[in-house]
Design a protein around this ligand. Structure first.
Ligand SMILES: CC(=O)SCCNC(=O)CCNC(=O)[C@H](O)C(C)(C)COP(=O)(O)OP(=O)(O)OC[C@H]1O[C@@H](n2cnc3c(N)ncnc32)[C@H](O)[C@@H]1OP(=O)(O)O
Ligand SMILES: CC(=O)C(=O)O
Ligand SMILES: [Mg+2]
Length: 353
């Protein structure tokens, strides 16, 4: 193992210096598109203006015989498009695939200056990140890049979940982690065929009523993903990187999608994936704190002065800890308002009420 003193040293001669902190950039939705799909590719310029992150997907959901077309398509789109403040990410093929080496070689040398983050699927441990880390440093040096490309891991194998803390801290490049509920379900041999969301069979049932054991008993669906998301959030927070919910596959069930996204938001995630245009506004709504919450947070911060002591506001106790909770909400709101004028106006209006 390298000395901790070397953690922030470039891994190749001429590679850019690693970042010391992961900058917070709004990433409420990571919008997936297949660069080999002409219809989707044609929508990129208009979708780029609506999303925080646009991701050219090269891995699963791209047919094996379209892998090269997807890679070439992404290069062409990146070269031809001005993304403004919208981040450009890619999901490369898995590290055990025949395509990943060419993905990295081509993308970093051709469009590395435009790529913000590379998403690595099926990460199982720190060694996977170390492999990508060194390779990226070599390629960045070759391409003469001035800023390092960050790395995002998908948590989608049982081994990956077991090693999530070491994955989160494996490199200064680690930007964040997303939950991959489909591959993870398969890896764990969970008996669900859904991409995220609940399952009617995963429930708790109320106790029998005394004296009327035949009376119907209410059941409540439980969250299959609570444990993993919470664990991922802790690992990310402990290492100063960002956690994300991944995909919700039932595109037509916009209500359940919103619920799944909101559970993740409340647990600490900063965003989720949008697989279809209909999911973009759901993510925008859910991962932007509600104006009333923001107004409340600002009220508490203003009333708390230096943030110490205990006061009562509207019947609720506030102290040093609630001050920090409110700062989380207010800081996020500031960052989002700086990108989203509509949100900025909604926050300003709520504060005046
Ligand atoms: C488990 C995982 O790994 S999840 C991540 C991998 N999966 C993905 O990336 C899936 C990405 N999304 C998709 O492939 C598609 O949205 C599908 C297959 C789910 C549905 O596609 P369609 O059946 O074409 O949906 P639909 O007919 O509602 O599409 C409406 C329009 O939106 C376009 N569209 C659909 N999804 C997207 C997208 N992600 N980005 C841009 N445009 C899109 C369609 O091309 C279509 O365009 P048109 O009006 O010009 O014909
Ligand atoms: C997100 C992803 O890749 C999965 O759920 O498998
Ligand atoms: Mg997957």
């Amino acid at each position: 193992m390298r000395s901790p003193k070397d953690f922030f040293r470039p891994l190749a001669v001429g590679a850019p210096t690693p970042v010391r902190e992961i900058p917070f950039r709004p990433s409420r939705m990571i919008h997936f598109f297949d660069p080999s799909n002409e219809k989707m590719a044609a929508k990129v310029p208009s979708i780029a203006a609506q999303v925080d992150v646009l991701l050219g997907n090269l891995e699963d959901a791209v047919q094996a015989d379209r892998k090269e077309a997807a890679r070439d398509g992404l290069v062409a789109i990146a070269k031809a498009t001005d993304f403004g403040e919208t981040q450009l990410w890619t999901r490369i093929n898995s590290l055990d695939s025949p395509w990943v080496l060419d993905d990295l070689l081509t993308l970093v040398t051709e469009i590395g200056h435009k790529l913000d983050v590379i998403m690595v699927p099926k990460v199982e441990g720190a060694e996977d990140i170390h492999y990508v880390d060194r390779l990226l440093a070599q390629l960045e040096a070759k391409a003469g890049l001035e800023r390092p490309i960050l790395v995002h891991a998908i948590l989608e194998t049982a081994t990956g979940v077991a090693n999530v803390e070491e994955i989160a801290g494996a490199s200064p490049r680690m930007q964040g982690i997303s939950l991959g509920p489909a591959d993870l379900a398969a890896s764990r041999r969970m008996k669900t065929t859904r991409v995220g969301g609940g399952h009617p069979g995963y429930l708790v049932r109320e106790d029998p009523r005394p004296g009327d054991t035949d009376a119907p008993r209410a059941t409540h669906q439980q969250d299959l993903w609570h444990y993993t998301i919470a664990r991922m959030v802790d690992a990310c927070a402990a290492h100063g990187i960002l956690p994300y919910y991944g995909p919700f596959g039932d595109i037509r069930d916009t209500t359940a999608c919103e619920d799944q996204f909101r559970n993740a938001f409340l647990l600490g995630c900063v965003g989720a994936w949008s697989l279809h245009p209909v999911q973009i506004d759901i993510a925008k709504k859910v991962f932007s704190p509600a104006p009333a919450e923001v107004a409340w947070a600002r009220k508490v911060i203003a009333a708390m002065g230096d943030g110490t002591g205990a006061v009562m506001i509207d019947g609720k106790m506030q102290d040093d800890a609630t001050y920090k909770q409110c700062q989380v909400v207010a800081t996020l709101a500031d960052a989002l308002a700086a990108r989203d004028p509509e949100l900025r106006d909604a926050y300003a209006a709520a504060e005046k009420e």
